[in-house]
Write a protein that binds this ligand. Structure first.
Ligand SMILES: Nc1nc2c(c(=O)[nH]1)N[C@H]1C(S)=C(S)[C@@H](COP(=O)(O)OP(=O)(O)OC[C@H]3O[C@@H](n4cnc5c(=O)[nH]c(N)nc54)[C@H](O)[C@@H]3O)O[C@H]1N2
Ligand SMILES: Nc1nc2c(c(=O)[nH]1)N[C@H]1C(S)=C(S)[C@@H](COP(=O)(O)OP(=O)(O)OC[C@H]3O[C@@H](n4cnc5c(=O)[nH]c(N)nc54)[C@H](O)[C@@H]3O)O[C@H]1N2
Ligand SMILES: [Mo]
Length: 669
């Protein structure tokens, strides 16, 4: 007899879907979308549709493993949890006494997004006095760009898009990364809206758009300025709105916009001047133009400024003052909880060193005083996902580095560990989930018992705390007790939520923000086109890092619909759908090099060399090479995957990653 229980998708995706799990004899046998979930409903993506294949994969780690061969080779023997915890505590205490606790570095990101499991390590590492990780691999530059103009103004509810008449999908492959938002866009389209896609190649979302505009990588800021130039020149600006709700338009119009003529815009972006003019007119004429902004275009040296410039555009036509219009970059509902209750920065005796996660290669190889002697990786796979893979692997191979990896699978990172600890999947532990693409909140209880001897992040960190002799009662509570404590503290965003449904494990909606906003969340309460607190008070065009690079092809390493960064590569079915680790280039680029579809090729730059299977396709414009997915080395055609070609350089603000801002050349193998 099977039963159906509820759970939430734990992955780093804006949708955070509600799940129904069919359970039989302690195993998940079927996974489907929860029709009662207010945002995601019954449909699931191709990855979660068979989540049970991940949960019960024959690749799951079942016991703690101790290395008994060279690093990277994957040679381990099984040990008990008690031995494992004792080894970690012993090595950390020894490192602390010879090098200081800052020689210990935690490394985690977003393998699970639940508030408790994701942040479970912070209290322990703060209490130890370990180095702190600056977690800016994803979209910190995007956040900084949006904040510069809009402060902490809440984003529009995603349902607003349903009644827009012009939807601009700007640098977002929604068919891969936001399928439930795309459903809403399709609804708007059926009601007559036009849909534009502005991207670097024609991907899986292109069929859902009426028009696709391909920009040169990293130049979207110039496109936004060009559109604003035309709006200003042709009197299409809503001056009355700007006067009431924004500051700095006159300065922008006087000093920045004049040089961004359609001709100059065409030179910078590759979009023809008459098209720029037409886009501006149609955007201005729309009743409710709605921009959904992705994150890819912020992963460039100019990423924060690009986002800031795009965020300025809707102000010029008064779109921030209308229903069903404006801009949605991401939803921030962290204030629904007092996160300090989990993060416990107060456990730090004094502020410790901060290490940027995008520069792990540099940190492991070069950082000094103290040198990093212990690395603890949990729900992240830096050997695959971090930039400059050659530097990361060189660091991980250091014999004097004590590395612990807490994982569900023997990932590329786990292969370099001294000690591997088996982790539960989301179906096996408790958590509470916010979303960055909707206003939903969901609590989840374990749906099945832990697979093998796997343990949750929370359980491992509390066990380690005991082993290390940390006696604060904080470390003696269960994940559920911590969740109860979080829920007990009131917060305006949670007012009026359906407590009964939350307790039943059903997704509930937080308070909907008013849209359009009455007042903007900036110090002046207006849209700050001119922001006096910025080093650059006005938006302007900054070129990407790679503008100065002479190699011929821009490398765009974009999301795959059949993976999530380096997650889901354990799945044979999903890897088969990707048909191998491919590099997509235009027929002209292939012909110029005498390369044919399906051939093995080598992509090269100053950082590394990566073998791919070539895919020749006119969905990618000349001058661009697209690699979808972040492949495990185990399944790569050569010894490296895409991040051997990406650099550790950071964005213009907020120390973000620049994954897309790299160039390569290509040759036959
Ligand atoms: N299936 C799937 N779902 C995912 C992920 C995944 O890898 N696969 N990743 C998850 C994660 S971690 C995140 S952060 C979110 C969002 O994940 P993101 O990686 O931010 O993905 P998107 O927002 O869809 O945007 C990426 C798009 O930006 C485009 N792009 C790159 N450079 C430029 C440029 O210069 N200009 C323009 N206009 N476009 C550009 C790429 O071609 C791509 O289509 O999705 C999450 N969901
Ligand atoms: N070239 C290139 N590189 C990229 C990107 C790109 O677009 N191109 N995208 C970047 C982005 S946007 C992001 S957000 C990062 C993501 O980087 P990561 O957060 O490292 O993401 P994943 O690759 O999903 O790896 C997560 C790991 O966590 C493990 N895991 C899952 N649940 C649990 C758990 O409960 N406990 C423990 N201990 N482990 C668990 C999974 O098995 C998986 O191996 O990658 C970045 N890297
Ligand atoms: Mo991300």
């Amino acid at each position: 007899m099977s039963t159906i229980v509820r759970s939430a998708c734990p992955y780093d995706c804006p949708d955070t879907c509600g799940l129904l799990i069919e359970r039989e004899h302690g195993r998940a046998i079927r996974v489907s979308g929860d029709p009662e979930h207010p945002y995601s409903g019954a449909r699931l993506c191709p990855k979660m549709f068979h989540y049970e294949k991940t949960v019960h994969s024959s690749r799951r780690l079942l016991k703690p493993l101790l290395r008994n061969g060279a690093k990277g080779t994957g040679a381990f023997r099984e040990i008990s949890w008690q031995e494992a915890l004792c080894i970690v505590a012993g090595r950390w205490r020894a490192i602390e006494s010879t090098h200081g606790a800052e020689a210990i570095l935690p490394y985690s990101y977003a393998g699970t997004m639940g508030l408790v499991q994701r942040n479970a390590g912070h209290p322990l590492f703060h209490a130890l006095g370990a180095s702190r990780l600056e977690r800016t691999i994803c979209s910190s530059a995007k956040t900084a760009g949006l904040q510069s103009v809009l402060g902490n103004t809440p984003a529009p509810h995603p349902d607003e898009v349903c009644k827009s008449d012009l939807v601009v999908l700007w640098g977002i492959n929604a068919a891969a990364t936001s399928i439930h938002f795309l459903e809403r866009v399709k609804k708007a389209r059926r009601a007559g809206a036009r849909v534009w896609l502005i991207d670097t190649y024609r991907h899986h979302t292109a069929p859902s758009a009426d028009e696709v505009f391909l920009v040169k990588s990293g130049t979207d800021g110039a496109l936004a300025l060009g559109l604003m130039h035309v709006l200003a020149r042709e009197g299409l600006v809503d001056l009355e709105f700007l006067l009431r709700k924004a500051t700095g338009y006159p300065e922008l119009a006087r000093t920045v916009l004049p040089e961004h003529t359609p001709e100059r815009t065409a030179e910078l972006t590759g979009i023809p001047a008459p098209t720029v003019e037409r886009m501006a007119r149609e955007y201005a004429r729309a009743r409710a133009p709605f921009i959904r902004l992705g994150s890819g275009l912020s992963r460039y040296g100019n990423g924060a400024m690009t986002v800031r410039t795009i965020a300025t555009l809707p102000a010029l036509v008064g779109a921030y003052g209308k229903r069903h219009a404006g801009l949605l970059g991401g939803i921030s509902t962290g204030s629904a909880f007092a996160l300090g209750t989990i993060l416990r920065e107060d456990f730090m005796a004094a502020p410790t060193r901060i290490v940027n996660m995008n520069r792990l290669g540099q940190a492991l190889n070069e950082l000094d005083r103290p040198r990093i002697m212990a690395l603890y990786v949990y729900h992240s796979n830096p050997a695959a996902v971090a930039p400059d893979q050659n530097a990361v692997l060189r660091g991980l191979a250091r014999d004097d580095l004590f590395t612990v990896v807490h994982e569900r699978f023997l990932t590329d990172t786990a292969r370099y560990a001294d000690l591997v600890l088996p982790a539960t999947s989301s179906l096996e532990h408790a958590d509470i989930y916010l979303s960055y693409g909707s206003y939903c909140l969901q609590r989840a209880w374990p749906a099945i018992p832990a697979v093998g001897e796997s343990r949750s992040n929370w359980d491992v960190f509390t066990a380690l705390a005991q082993e290390l002799g940390l006696h604060d009662p904080f470390f003696r509570q269960s994940a559920d007790e911590l969740i109860d404590r979080l829920l007990a503290a009131p917060a305006p965003l949670r007012e009026g939520i359906d407590i009964g449904r939350l307790a039943a494990g059903i997704g509930v909606e937080l308070q909907r923000p008013p849209w359009p906003p009455e007042r903007f969340g900036t110090p002046s309460g207006t849209i700050e086109i001119l922001n006096p607190r910025e080093a650059e008070p006005l938006p302007r065009y900054l070129p990407p890092h790679s503008a100065g690079d002479r190699l011929p092809l821009q490398l765009v390493s974009a999301p795959s619909p059949f993976a999530l960064n380096a997650s889901f590569y354990e799945r044979d079915d999903l890897r088969a759908k990707q048909r191998g680790m491919r590099l997509h280039v235009h027929p002209a680029e292939a012909a110029a090099r005498g390369l044919a579809d399906g051939q093995s090729v080598l992509a090269v730059n100053s950082l590394g060399e990566v073998a791919f299977v070539l895919e020749v396709t006119d969905t990618v414009p000349p001058g661009v090479a697209v690699a979808e997915g972040v492949w495990w080395l185990e399944f790569a055609p050569g010894a490296r995957s895409v991040n051997a070609l990406t650099s550790q350089r950071l964005t213009d603000k907020a120390n973000g990653s620049t994954f897309y801002d790299n160039k390569i050349d290509l040759r036959a193998i």
